[in-house]
Design a protein around this ligand. Structure first.
Ligand SMILES: CC(C)(COP(=O)(O)OP(=O)(O)OC[C@H]1O[C@@H](n2cnc3c(N)ncnc32)[C@H](O)[C@@H]1OP(=O)(O)O)[C@@H](O)C(=O)NCCC(=O)NCCS
Length: 377
């Protein structure tokens, strides 16, 4: 029997060609369609970045206007989905509710099973607009508040904050949130994107691919890490102890410190650079630097002790908290952004599709094992 080399966790395995996102983990470079993330974070918007991911190039002025209009017009969620939110047990988390809602949305899609490019592009607009609405609406419904109607005059990031808080966000908040959406929009073959591509590769539908991606994102080794970071910071504050001693004890017990380490980056995650800066700025503006300062001390300690860098999730935790967002919405918000990348990857996968079906190195009982009839066992 031929033996293959097993690469646990598929580390370093190149599974397909892709023209969407490029990462140099040693140099700390991340680029969407060749454009450096630092430039996009400083100059772009979530709408323009989504165009870039889906169409492969930056839009012209009128193309961007048309794109933004189409995304705004796609802000429609069937009322039955909000009824579904109301019917879910009180214990449901926003991430579970989001996963369930996206799956349920397929029942209201006019062409659920269509996998041609135009249908998938239409679904990409719909799901990107809806994802933000779902997260905001679920939070309001669970708090017994009225769902806020989207405001067509607001761009995507500002509209999300408006629908969440029911107040027009100040420019600094919309701007920070817009940058966070740009930074999280895509990341090559991360676990959730790969899950989406595996599902799309079977010629299943867009909603199934995105539902699966949300399931993958939920885990604390992936998108769930931002929530885990904030739980840690809250826990430290509650205990009133020293953040460094808390983390020292985690490491001594061989536990992971969420928000650190990465499969691909061997240097600073370029997204963390922006989130650290935004966390600092927002906390100084708000007059409460507690979470930022705690994060800085932990970062310094983990870097010295374990040579591990903060990843995208570490400073997004304090950034979102300072924006007044509840911690169990952090991972759903990751999905609000990553939907742009997931849908781009589904469309790319289907542009040159082949079923994704790897092999396993068999380690079970040696063949042939005789079948023993039940009366002889
Ligand atoms: C991201 C992550 C899943 C990458 O995993 P990976 O490439 O499989 O790397 P491993 O988990 O095998 O880690 C390699 C080594 O570094 C250690 N390590 C990695 N991340 C660590 C962390 N956050 N805290 C403590 N130790 C960590 C591991 O314990 C392991 O040490 P060992 O070789 O002594 O056993 C991992 O770094 C992690 O679990 N981080 C915390 C979760 C997180 O923040 N996820 C979001 C990623 S953007």
């Amino acid at each position: 029997m031929a033996t293959a080399t097993v690469t646990k966790g598929l580390e370093g395995v190149v599974a397909a060609n892709s023209g969407i996102c490029w990462i140099d983990g040693y140099a700390g470079v991340l680029a969407y369609r060749g454009i450096d993330i630092h430039e996009l974070a400083q100059k772009s918007t979530f709408e323009e970045t989504s165009y870039l991911l889906w169409y492969g190039r930056l839009p012209g002025r009128s193309e961007l206007k048309e794109f933004s209009k189409r995304l705004t017009e796609a802000r429609r969620v069937p009322p039955q989905i909000y009824d579904l939110f109301r019917a879910l047990p009180k214990s449901v988390t926003p991430m579970e509710a989001l996963r369930t809602a996206v799956s349920a949305l397929s029942a209201y899609d006019p062409d659920e099973s269509a996998v041609d490019h135009d249908s998938n592009l239409r679904k990409s607009f719909a799901l990107t607009a809806q994802m933000a609405m779902l997260v905001a609406a679920f939070d309001r419904i669970r708090k017994g508040k009225k769902v806020v109607e989207p405001d067509p005059s607001l761009p995507h990031a500002a509209n999300f904050l408006w629908m969440l808080h029911g107040e027009k966000p100040i420019p600094a908040a919309s701007n920070t949130f817009d940058i966070a959406l740009i930074l999280h929009a895509d990341h090559e073959f991360n676990a959730s994107t790969f899950a989406a591509r595996v599902i799309a590769g079977t010629l299943s539908d867009m909603h199934s691919a995105i539902t699966g991606a949300i399931g993958a994102l939920k885990g604390p080794l992936h998108g769930g890490a931002n929530e885990a970071v904030m739980r840690m910071l809250f826990d430290i504050a509650k205990q009133g102890g020293d953040p460094v001693e808390y983390v020292r004890s985690l490491l001594a017990h061989k536990k992971k410190v969420f928000g650190f380490g990465h499969r691909v980056y061997r240097t600073e995650d370029p997204r963390a650079t922006h989130l650290r800066r935004m966390s600092e700025q927002l906390s100084r503006d708000s007059g409460n630097t507690k979470w930022y300062e705690m994060s800085r001390r932990i970062e310094e300690f983990v870097k010295n002790e374990k040579k591990l860098n903060a990843n995208v999730d570490f400073y997004s935790a304090s950034t979102y908290t300072t924006l007044g967002i509840d911690l169990d919405l952090f991972t759903p918000i990751f999905a609000v952004s990553r939907i742009a990348g997931w849908t781009a990857h589904v469309m790319e996968q289907l542009g040159d599709n082949r079923l994704i079906r790897p092999r396993a190195e068999y380690t079970g009982p040696e063949y042939p094992v005789r079948y023993v009839p039940i009366e002889q066992r």
